[in-house]
Design a protein around this ligand. Structure first.
Ligand SMILES: Nc1ncnc2c1ncn2[C@@H]1O[C@H](COP(=O)(O)OP(=O)(O)OP(=O)(O)O)[C@@H](O)[C@H]1O
Length: 377
């Protein structure tokens, strides 16, 4: 699968832009703050219907404008007709996502159809931040990997919101009484969904971990050993039982204190937590290895399904500035040996990009980015 072209209107610092891509490597070159990452983010929107940088879509509307449009033409194979994906948002309205001009009934139906993997300076947040960041990452990856998982996750989150609203209401308006039967009815539905999420996460991590370990060994020359474990109370105790055990506490806290929404993923290096023990370089390798394993598992899935979209788009933000030569060389080896399909990368220095890509056989297209304007070189 390739993205043939991209058009932007009032997206971040772009008023209007139109780009034609090569199926090989597309390089966005420009000064800091010129809008290179914003182009990667536009591709991320097309793939995942959301920004990689901000959870608030309104932030992506160009300042002073009242809407944005991101439009892209994808092609499953060189001979196939293009498919047009468009994401648009008008200030104060709901985001609209269309496929060949037809709005999706559910945004979720789009997820996984045009996969993309972003390697960015923020990846180490996965290590440094709290469990929510890691859950979101793996849940998003699992949703691209398995649509059934996303459906269960959406249903689980909706029930959880209902349950938390009930607990809050009972605490805030005690005179209205507490409808315990309603709570038990929610729990009857919530419990099997939570258990399903935990089981699917556990199975996924078992498949994902060896791929991740292999990428880490290659990036770090095999000096340390890394592991990845999934931690969930639901793997040991039935969720229904946990909900009953915690009912009083939930009542006091006004929220559901145990469940699949509290699970975590533990990152270890030589048996110690990566956060706190690993060096900056090791943390970077850890995060990149996660992303490369993500790329590989999505590729394997597409191949197993026999879909034409065999390789996700790869978005490399700022890698030359951030990574040492060895890690860059290793990543570019993968680019050169055809592991990846279409690649989009950003850099501040054209000469450095050209040097780094000297051995890459794939076609390369360069774009100059300057304060919200972009031209093909
Ligand atoms: N909604 C918006 N309206 C106008 N400008 C915006 C908006 N959102 C972001 N910007 C601008 O986009 C610019 C940042 O662009 P981007 O992150 O793509 O830069 P970059 O070229 O990747 O820089 P670096 O090399 O530092 O990573 C900033 O100048 C920022 O003010």
């Amino acid at each position: 699968m390739t993205l043939d072209s991209l058009q932007l209107l009032f997206f971040k610092n772009y008023e209007a832009a139109s780009l034609q891509f090569t199926p090989g490597l597309n390089c966005f070159i420009g000064d800091n703050g010129s809008g290179k990452t914003n182009l990667l983010d536009a591709v991320h929107y097309l793939s995942l219907s959301k920004s990689a940088l901000t959870p608030i879509d309104g932030n992506s509307i160009k300042q002073g404008a009242d809407f944005f449009v991101v439009k892209g033409n994808f092609r499953a194979d060189a001979d196939d007709a293009p498919e047009t994906i468009q994401v648009s948002l008008r200030q104060g309205q709901k985001k609209v996502l269309t496929h060949d001009k037809q709005p999706y009934e559910r945004m979720a139906d789009h997820i996984g159809r045009y996969p993309a993997v972003l390697i960015s300076p923020y990846d180490t947040d996965l290590i440094r931040e709290g469990s929510e960041e890691r859950r979101k990452y793996f849940d998003s990856l699992l949703s691209q990997f398995d649509h059934g998982f996303l459906d269960v996750l959406i249903a689980y989150n909706a029930l959880l919101r209902q349950r938390n609203a009930l607990l809050k209401q009972a605490a805030e308006r005690p005179s209205q009484g507490f409808d315990r039967d309603y709570l038990l009815a929610i729990d009857d539905q919530l419990a099997p969904l939570g258990e399903q999420l935990s089981e699917q996460r556990a199975v996924f991590i078992e498949r994902f971990t060896p791929l991740f370990q292999q990428h880490y060994q290659q990036l770090a020359d095999g000096r340390e050993s890394v592991s990845l474990t999934y931690r969930s109370q639901l793997l040991e105790t039935e969720f229904g039982q946990l909900l009953r055990q915690n009912e009083r506490r939930d009542f006091v806290m006004q929220r559901t204190t145990a469940g699949a929404h509290r699970d975590d993923f533990v990152f270890l290096l030589d048996g110690l937590p990566v956060k706190g023990y690993a060096s900056q370089g090791q943390q970077k390798s850890y995060a990149i290895a996660l992303k490369l394993a993500q790329f590989e598992i999505l590729t394997l899935r597409a191949a197993a399904l026999g879909t034409a979209a065999t390789k996700p788009l790869l978005l490399l933000d700022d890698i030359f500035d951030r990574l040492d030569d060895k890690r860059i060389a290793r990543l570019l080896e993968l680019v050169a040996n055809d592991t990846f399909g279409q690649v989009f990368l950003t850099d501040t220095n054209l000469a450095r990009t050209d040097r780094a890509l000297a051995n890459v056989q794939a076609p390369i297209r360069r774009f100059s980015v300057q304060a919200g304007t972009v031209i093909q070189l």
